[in-house]
Design a protein around this ligand. Structure first.
Ligand SMILES: N[C@@H](CCC(=O)N[C@@H](CS)C(=O)NCC(=O)O)C(=O)O
Length: 261
């Protein structure tokens, strides 16, 4: 049986859950201990030197990084294919995935830092949220052009292009940044949320509430070390969150990619 180390709120993990469900591949979920606290260990940490979810274990194959896992699943369980036919179409959906994973994700993640982890409060928080709202509107406008007259981002059939977008747009919508009413993306989101693979995955994320879970207090107490890597760090630097980074470094409650050994 395939094991997927993941977390229900991770958009990267959600991409993999949706692909597995579309392909009707049985799998078991495992939540790694120490995730987010900088203390992951065991099979999960051995499989992924970055100590990030998702990680997929399939016999001797131990695969990290959501895109590489999707590629693995495509090779291992080719039917139904998630990628469209033809090099041009495949490149098109991979570019959409790249934008979602390395640009859009930063905005949702930053909203989590503010709303759940309370890295900023009062006026400072409001200013950061306003910036996030403007940026999300920009991404949604970009997505509207990518979708064009297509039924799915993937083309005629639901696939990679859609499972790569839906975790991010559904999360934005849940935070109040919805696709404009009547837009093609709003129609697409409703269609996507109707699919059992997506409904189950997004439902699991929405059922995992951080309200009252004490995560902000855990950050303040230094029990959480949130990963400020790549585009996430860039978001903070370019969007008015420099103080958050400096305070987090001083308090020791942010981390970067671990050194390899
Ligand atoms: N490029 C990776 C990114 C994975 C990633 O950033 N995962 C986050 C959760 S959304 C994580 O596990 N972070 C580790 C931590 O917070 O300690 C992928 O596509 O799988």
């Amino acid at each position: 049986m395939i094991t997927l180390y993941d977390h229900p709120l991770s958009p990267y993990a959600q991409k993999v859950r949706i692909s597995l469900r579309e392909k009707a591949v049985p799998f078991q979920l495992a939540l790694p201990g120490g995730l987010g606290a900088g203390g992951a260990a065991g099979e999960f940490a051995e499989a992924n030197p970055r100590a990030e979810v998702p990680v997929l274990i399939d016999g001797d194959a131990r695969v990290f990084d959501s895109t590489i896992i999707l590629e693995y699943l495509e090779d291992r369980f080719p039917t139904p294919a998630m990628l469209p036919q033809g090099p041009g179409e495949r490149a098109r959906v991979r570019m959409i995935e790249e934008v979602m994973d390395t640009h859009y994700e930063a905005v949702n993640w930053a909203m989590g830092e503010i709303n759940w982890f309370r890295r900023a409060e009062g006026q400072a928080a409001e200013a950061l949220k306003a910036t996030a709202g403007r940026q999300t509107a920009g991404f949604l406008a970009w997505l509207e052009r990518q979708l064009g007259a297509r039924h799915w981002f993937n083309g005629e059939r639901f696939g990679w292009g859609d499972l790569a977008v839906v975790p991010y747009v559904a999360a934005s919508a849940a935070m109040g940044f919805r696709p404009p009413e009547g837009s093609a993306v709003a129609g697409w989101l409703a269609r996507a949320l109707d699919r059992p693979s997506v409904a189950e995955t997004v439902g699991e994320a929405r059922g995992f509430s951080t309200e009252g879970s004490g995560v902000a207090e855990a950050v303040a107490a230094g029990l959480f070390k949130r990963e400020y890597r790549d585009h996430r760090l860039e978001w903070m630097m370019k969007s008015g969150g420099v103080d958050i980074v400096l305070k987090g470094l001083e308090a020791g409650n942010i981390r970067f990619t671990p050194d390899f050994s």
